[in-house]
Write a protein that binds this ligand. Structure first.
Ligand SMILES: *[C@@H]1O[C@H](CO)[C@@H](O)[C@H](O)[C@H]1NC(C)=O
Length: 294
């Protein structure tokens, strides 16, 4: 049984939500960076604190930087706590994503698009399956992501992919194999994160440029939680360890409270949903039939 507060911007009221957090994934512990991750590029732009429990990514006019998981995973729960670039972050993008390495790749994306001081970030999500993406959704957050750490996580099993912001599901991509839509199930993915300059598109569609006099731009991270089947040893390891908790019934679908919260995000914070973009998709993408049930 848990109680927590949701500050609803548009209603201007404080909602108190109490209930069982039935299908909430396990609470991540504060795992140090080096246990699961290594830098990918521009190593000197990653700074370490508290023995590697906390890190910062720095972006300046020379380069951004990024890191990736050591292992590749098939299913699991992956989370990270991030404090986004504060102040003037226009033009910058901070990303947290899972991706397989092959040509027809699968990918699960969180992209945080920065903004001018005091203007809201946008969280863009996307899902690629078998090399096909074009499934963007965009929301505003119900809090300022630059003042405190918030957790961003992905639950991925055979039934669904769920994007969480703290404990709130903001997006669900159900397995719609029965409708002919590919679902990531056999290509292991690595986890990546990066901070880079994308002022050609990120903020107000590219109108707002990165102000390099404000550099370095700094995103802070901690809590590098990974709970998945590592690819090379998955079958045996997960079976014998009884590790596949994410396949259990309570994780095969959201529960009633989670659907309520997802609807709340849909109704109050959605800016864009490819499922309702009739200009781009005169025929609604097939998997959106499931999306409509929300
Ligand atoms: C930045 O702020 C402007 C003005 O409030 C808003 O229209 C836009 O959606 C915000 N976010 C991004 C990433 O452009």
């Amino acid at each position: 049984m848990g109680c927590y507060h949701l500050w609803s911007l548009s209603l201007g009221v404080l909602l108190m939500v109490c209930g069982t957090l039935g299908a909430a994934p396990r609470k991540p512990v504060n795992v140090p960076f080096g246990r699961n991750y290594v830098p990918t590029w521009a190593f000197d732009h990653i700074k370490y604190f508290n023995g590697g429990s906390d890190i910062q990514l720095h972006l300046d006019k020379y380069t951004g930087t990024g890191f990736q998981s050591k292992g590749s995973y098939l299913f699991g729960h992956f989370s990270m706590q991030i404090k986004m670039v504060p102040g003037d972050s226009a033009g910058t993008v901070t990303a947290f994503y899972l991706s397989s390495q092959n040509a027809e790749h699968d990918e699960i994306d969180f992209e945080f698009l920065g903004n001018r001081t005091g203007q809201p970030y946008i969280l863009q999500t996307n899902v690629f399956t078998g090399g096909k993406g074009n499934r963007e959704q965009r929301i505003y957050l119900w809090f300022d992501p630059t003042t405190a750490y918030h957790s961003y996580s992905v639950l991925w099993n055979l039934y669904q992919i769920v994007f969480f912001v703290d404990d709130v599901p903001i997006r669900i991509f159900k397995n719609s194999k029965d409708l002919g839509v590919r679902f990531p199930f056999d290509q292991p993915m690595k986890i990546y994160s990066s901070l880079w300059n994308a002022d050609d598109w990120a903020t107000r569609g590219g109108l707002e440029k990165t102000d390099w006099s404000k550099a370095p731009f700094v995103a802070a991270y901690r809590g590098f939680h990974v709970d998945g089947c590592e690819a090379s040893v998955q079958a045996k390891f997960c079976a014998t360890q009884g590790k596949r908790w994410w396949d259990q019934r309570e994780f095969q679908d959201l529960d009633a409270l989670q659907y309520r919260r997802l609807r709340w995000v849909r109704q109050k914070f959605t800016i864009y949903n490819y499922c309702t973009d009739r200009v781009r998709f005169p025929t609604m993408p097939v998997e959106c039939k499931r999306d409509r049930d929300v």
